[in-house]
Design a protein around this ligand. Structure first.
Ligand code: GLP
Length: 241
């Protein structure tokens, strides 16, 4: 379904979600070899990275691309396997054969990151969505005007992300994240949602535009592509699917 600003597509399975989004990102890179791409962590974008890696093996050249992460935990030791720099090196940079120096993560002063990403200008921002409607680590209640900032994780997010750690106590309580205003400056948004546990957040994102559902701000963006697997689309009215 297409509105003036938002396209929603339901792909048959997670691999197909990955293929569709990767095809559009690859087209951007082919058109602009020094593209600036905003990248997300979490399980949802991983099929996109796998599909992009296949395209690189088939000849797509990503040597000129700069990659900017959405967010990073605070308080994990450098090199911890769950810090988002490590995750993105593992799932994106290494499979693509990219130079780790092309990956930028908000793990230093937030003002410096905001300045760097503003100067770079994001051509396409890849997003997942939290079960509570967060994007990046912009939890419900975050101002739509926020730029890159330090934040406290919602308890529900810590519980959702505990599956990546040994114990809930090991999940950090704080993070740094691109703000909603930072994300909205990307020329294009590609949001991916996979799984039944995302169905309510996907429906809320397309409902009332409110700071209680951070992802709902995307309805104000001029170029948003939402790609879902069938289970993430189950709470959309049939008119929207
Ligand atoms: C984390 C990230 C978000 C991501 C979310 C969903 O909280 N900070 O950027 O969208 O996880 O992750 P998953 O796709 O694994 O459900």
């Amino acid at each position: 379904m297409t509105s003036p600003t938002t396209t929603i597509e339901v792909a048959p399975d997670p691999a197909a979600v990955g293929e569709q989004v990767a095809a559009r990102i690859a087209a951007i890179i082919e058109d602009k070899p020094n593209a600036v791409i905003g990248v997300a962590t979490g399980s949802s974008p991983e099929p996109v990275y796998r599909a992009l890696a296949r395209r690189v093996r088939e000849g797509l050249d990503v040597a000129g691309v700069q990659w900017y992460a959405l967010d990073e935990y605070l308080g994990l030791p450098a090199g911890h396997p769950q810090c988002y720099r490590s995750v993105l090196e593992r799932v994106l940079i290494e499979p693509l054969g990219a130079d780790p120096a092309t990956l930028h993560v908000p793990d230093g002063p937030v003002q410096d990151y905001e300045e760097a990403i503003t100067a770079a200008g994001v051509d396409v921002q890849l997003l997942g969505i939290g079960e509570n409607g967060h994007i990046g680590f912009n939890e419900p209640g975050t101002s739509f005007a926020a730029v890159t900032h330090r934040a406290t994780l919602a308890e529900s997010t810590r519980r959702a992300n505990a599956r990546f750690f040994t114990r809930l106590e090991d999940v950090p309580t704080e993070c740094q994240t691109q703000g909603l205003a930072t994300i909205m400056r990307a020329a294009r948004i590609e949001l991916v949602a996979i799984g039944t546990r995302k169905a309510a957040a996907v429906a809320a994102m397309l409902g009332e535009v409110t700071e209680s559902c951070p992802a709902s701000i995307l309805q104000r963006h001029p170029d948003v592509h939402i790609t879902l697997d069938p289970t993430a689309a189950t709470k959309l009215s049939t008119a929207r699917r």
